[in-house]
Ligand binder design. Sequence first.
Ligand code: ATP
Ligand code: MG
Length: 587
Amino acid sequence: MLKDLPKNPVSFGILISKLHKKWVIGALFFVSVATFLDRLSVIVLKNLTDAISTSPIVINSVWIWAIWFPVIYFIAMSCWRGSGFTGMQWFMNFRLSAYQKLYEYLTLHSKDYFNSRFAGSLTNKISNAVDGIEYLFEKALWQFIPVFTGLVVYIIFAWLSDFRLGLILALWSLMFLGINFYFARKLQSYSYKSAESESTLKGTIVDSISNISLVHEYAYISGEREYIEKFVKKMRDAGLKSWLVSEWTLVLNGTLIFIFMLLMIATSIYLFQNHIISVGVVVMVVAIVGDISSQFVFIGQQIRDTVGYYGQAKEGLEEILSEHIIADVSDAKNLVVSKGTIEIDSIDFSYEKTGVFKDFSLSIPAGQKIGLVGRSGAGKTTFASLLLRHFDVQKGSVQIDGQDISQITLESLRQAIAFVPQDTSLFHRTIHENIGYSNPKATELEIKKAAKLAQADEFIQKLPNGYDTLVGERGVKLSGGQRQRIAIARAFLKNAPILVLDEATSSLDSESENAIQVSLEELMKDRTVIAIAHRLSTLKKMDRLVIIEDGKIVEDGTTDELLKKTNGIFKNMWDHQVKGFIIDEVE
Ligand SMILES: Nc1ncnc2c1ncn2[C@@H]1O[C@H](COP(=O)(O)OP(=O)(O)OP(=O)(O)O)[C@@H](O)[C@H]1O
Ligand SMILES: [Mg+2]
């Protein structure tokens, strides 16, 4: 079902509502009956008037018609409440399923999708879509269905009294609705633009606030304010345009209703004058005209709001439900890791404009621990991303134990790889939950053990609530090194056959790093490991080093082999660092 979610708000709403069919049917039934009963009261009014105006008056029949009023009111009111009780189940359950489906779909988007969008604006888009569609359906149930079916009932009643009255009502309604729909379509594009500018504004504000420390550090508050102001103005202009069209629709509707009143009342009086209809029909026509004018005068407003919500919902759905770039192929199988060999076979990869790998091959036998070395921007993190299939290669293949990773399920691929990223991100949840994230079944004891192995237990114990301490958004309440150790603890707990460390210890001081190195060696045992590091000393114990430059392997061998090369690239880097800050660590 997830793949076939429609981007059209109405189709999406219908699809999700089908999951809660009984409530939908109940609500529609009650609304239809209640509408019919409400409209029926004009017939009672007609008959009551005729009964009163008959001479000699038959008081019994006056009583009977008069009693019908409260009776009809009571049954109609019960039906309206029935629609309320069933409708609330429909809409609340709709929200539940819609949020579930959209969130699930959103999480399956690629890293690139999230990299190029604001988190704040995406959150906004999900709620716009759900709120918008719910609003559309609520409006349909309690406003449009009663108004339109009621209109049909009125046309029938008027026609049965005299066809001319029915004809005027029918023709006028067609013209009125035609004009209103024409304007609603016009309004749609304005509302769409207005919604778009609003979510961009919100996204920009969230981005600005999440970087507020940067704004303060650079003392750039006024500049930032001006930057945001541009987006606020855009939003205002788009909002004004869309409102303007709707105000003019209101003016037009008022005029149309005025003409309608004149026509209906004049015709009915004329027919009465010529003894074609009774006084009761005249009173009924006046009641119908009164009811329709009060319902229709703001229909332009209603359509404006509805179209606005439709636009918001459409914009939200289109953004969230855009095609998954990285997705399981239709017959994807689970990855089976028997040994852990990795085979990169002449791949080409470039980001939109930046070429990173060109005809790049690398074969990593099972259990080998390789160190990936290269200048900043050489493509080391990209290499890890390709292995995790955050991006697809443009040519060639990446295989694990002979299985092309583009043909296996993403879930099984990512379960097989423990990845410690360059910049650790944490949930604003407890330390316990953050470490346990890599293995939801882990016991408290296992989580502690992992933290100990990652040299994190000591600092965690010192935190105000120990393992139950909340870490702040993205983990801001922890230092960079502490965050890294949490990420390493996660990797310990995940116990995956392939381990990828991207600068896993770069934020640690030498002492902590040396301590952690011992645990990392433990973690690396019996696994295939790719470790990326700028601090070359951390790679000393790797089985093999691969140096990349300009998307190609320029050196490949053991540390000793590469250090023996005169004028070797690695040797130069090594010498450079030894002369620098890590001289004390070299044996
Ligand atoms: N999401 C992205 N979209 C576009 N270009 C990107 C993206 N990520 C990285 N790049 C570009 O790809 C190139 C390789 O980046 P990558 O992050 O792989 O380098 P790196 O070797 O890990 O560098 P560092 O040592 O600084 O972490 C860089 O030129 C970078 O600008
Ligand atoms: Mg990197």
